[in-house]
Design a protein around this ligand. Sequence first.
Ligand SMILES: [Mn+2]
Length: 413
Amino acid sequence: MDSTFTKSFFINNRFKLRASLPHDYPVVLIANGSLQRSNDTTYPFQQDSNFWYLTGLQEPDLILVMHETDEYLILPQTNTVKTIFDGEIDGVALQNRSGVKTVYAAAEGWQRLTTELRVPKKIYTVMPATRFEPQARMYANPAQRYTLEKLRRRIAGLVSHDVTRQLDQLRIRKQAPELAAIERAVRITTETIAELRATTQLTNLQTEYALEAAITNGFRKRGASGHAYAPIVASGKHAATLHYVSNNGLLGANELVVADVGAEYEHYAADITRTLACNRPTNRQQAVLDAVIDIQHYAANLLRPGVFLRDYERAVAAYTGTALYKLKLTTNQRDMRAVRTYFPHASSHFLGLDVHDVGDYELPLEESMVLTCEPGIYIPEEGIGVRIEDDLVITADGNTNLSADCSYNAYVL
Ligand SMILES: [Mn+2]
């Protein structure tokens, strides 16, 4: 498969990162490591997004060192057993992909690195992202921590400066090949949803997992690497659990089903939601659906350069309040508690290498940022959940909806 990304993309990203840093300390960046699933079996490897952005490399446990005029990669320690099972690491392929000219075996590379760090005793690096550990019991990939600890053992008094913010600033504005990859991921997703409708497969499916399987099939046969995140296929009241991913329930004949799915193409994510129905929706279901479609139009029209997301979220919440009033879910249009009950999530997030991509939610929107727009209304007591989600690129004077050709209709026959 041809890549949308040439090595100049990665070389240029490294140059821009270097140029954004005030001092000439070396930049030391650490790839993710493999994670144990059980015994000697690993989870599918997921590269650190920043590391990929700067190198295009998929191998675990690499180290990238960047000086002002010189840069090199350090390979992980290897052994015969690992080589037999996983194959040899091809240093030349790593050079060709990343544009980094020098690749060292572990011992040689570590020797150069520790020698170089003895004088400045200062590095720029990406500090392990541990902020979700206490809050969500979600642990960061340990590779960065282990490697930094190893460096600190070898260089007493080593000081690390975090460059996460500088990388976020680069990644938030998408370049042409990134937009091409996102557009492709979106197209694969919308074509898959359209195919499900056209072939009336939906009417014949009995379960959430059968629908999930049809979507997975649609993604892979169109060249996606897979899902950009665990797919959500939630029938009826399941949709009220926002990250419902078990997808083991029945597709209720008279229920709406929320399909929140996105293909991943060349590391970039799509994130699309459509609310579908196996039969003609009831008047009540259609009223909720129409309300969400209306909010979607309202919200998408607000997204343009200069807009602050907090103002946008407030406006969408207020508009949703009016919709809830019309649906007789509250007696007061300004009832923000009702809004939080029936629409308990944000309306937009950044999209890119990560489905919830990096970006500063305090800064005004700018051209080339990519966001989702995803209002919803969830009424568990009525067994109704509706969400509509599109992926938008901010343009000079507004935005382009990449998923505009994917119908909002729940029931198409
Ligand atoms: Mn989303």
